[in-house]
Design a protein around this ligand. Structure first.
Ligand code: C2E
Ligand code: CA
Ligand code: CA
Ligand code: CA
Length: 275
């Protein structure tokens, strides 16, 4: 029946069509974005609660699209993961971070650079070999923040990739801890240097005794496993006070600084060291 197709088409509303269409366009445009220099890294400082020192920064991707303007990573990272572009993007990020670290050292700033690594890349041997090659070629001081639950799909590969990364001196962080259901399984599986607690457990810390209890036992658990603890999404002085009291090692969030382009980061580090 001629009308059948039309009826079925009507099941989808215009917004769904528009967004599927949009995703397809974004996928195509992502392929060229790196080559066209539209992607850059910004860096967000992380501060030690004990002495106020900034000893590391997290690299976060930014896509400045010539027509669409700023495309947020929450939108294009999942697309890059679907299309396989995530590997090229991540390898580019690592190389850029290594270059930026050399520039920072030249201006007297010695900071570990943390990079976000999608869990599924841990199962990719070619990716693993390349990262090890990069990291051993130069004296880079990098931390890999492992995100996403896909690592659990291939525990043996994930474990051996992590061991190989640590063997060449890369630090490992478990990212977004507490945001998914599989957090404890992660902790069992991955031998990491750092536990990064998700913003969802941080935001209401000053108002919720329950959240403080969860935070306290998570920090104690991480410490007993030999990991240092970072809280992300720290926006207020009251939360900083709570986290110090609970023994959190490092804080990151708008309270300290937004993610900054490299030049602004160098200025921030200069000013921070002076205070
Ligand atoms: P994430 O790894 O959890 O990174 C922290 C996100 O929280 C960043 O968002 C950061 O800008 C934001 N943020 C930092 N401090 C605060 C705060 O105090 N309050 C609030 N409300 N937000 C804060 P961003 O840059 O939009 O990145 C979103 C996510 O995209 C990241 O979450 C990460 O999972 C992913 N991502 C970003 N860059 C990359 C990349 O190069 N590779 C991969 N695989 N993922 C990336
Ligand atoms: Ca992260
Ligand atoms: Ca997060
Ligand atoms: Ca994350």
């Amino acid at each position: 029946r001629a009308g059948g197709a039309v009826d079925r088409v009507c099941v989808y509303d215009e917004a769904t069509f528009a967004s599927a269409d949009n995703n397809l366009a974004l996928m195509t445009e992502m392929i060229d974005a790196l080559g066209r220099n539209e992607i850059s890294l910004h860096y967000q400082p992380k501060m030690q609660t004990a002495d106020g020192q900034v000893t590391s920064v997290e690299a976060l991707c930014r896509w400045h699209h010539p027509i669409r303007g700023f495309v947020p990573p929450d939108l294009f990272i999942p697309i890059a993961e679907q299309t396989g572009q995530i590997r090229a993007l991540t390898e580019w990020s690592i190389l850029r971070a290594i270059q930026d670290q050399i520039r920072l050292r030249a201006s007297g700033h010695d900071v570990t650079i943390a990079l976000n690594i999608s869990g599924r890349l841990l199962a990719d041997d070619a990716f693993k070999d390349k990262v090890i090659q990069f990291a051993s070629a130069v004296d880079a001081d990098l931390c890999l923040e492992i995100t996403e639950t896909a690592v659990i799909d291939n525990p043996d590969k994930a474990r051996s990739a992590i061991a190989a990364f640590r063997a060449v001196g890369l630090k490992i962080s478990i990212d977004d801890y507490g945001s998914g259901l599989s957090s404890l399984a992660y902790l069992k599986l991955l031998n990491a240097d750092e536990l990064k607690i998700d913003r969802s457990l941080v935001t209401e810390l000053a108002d919720s005794q329950r959240d403080r209890l969860i935070m306290k036992s998570t920090i104690d658990l991480a410490h007993s496993l030999g990991m240092s603890v970072v809280a992300e999404g720290v926006e207020t002085e009251a939360i900083v006070a709570c986290l110090s009291l609970l023994g959190c090692d490092v804080i990151q969030g708008y309270w300290l600084s937004r993610p900054l382009p490299l030049v602004a980061l160098a200025t921030f580090l200069d000013e921070h060291a002076a205070t």
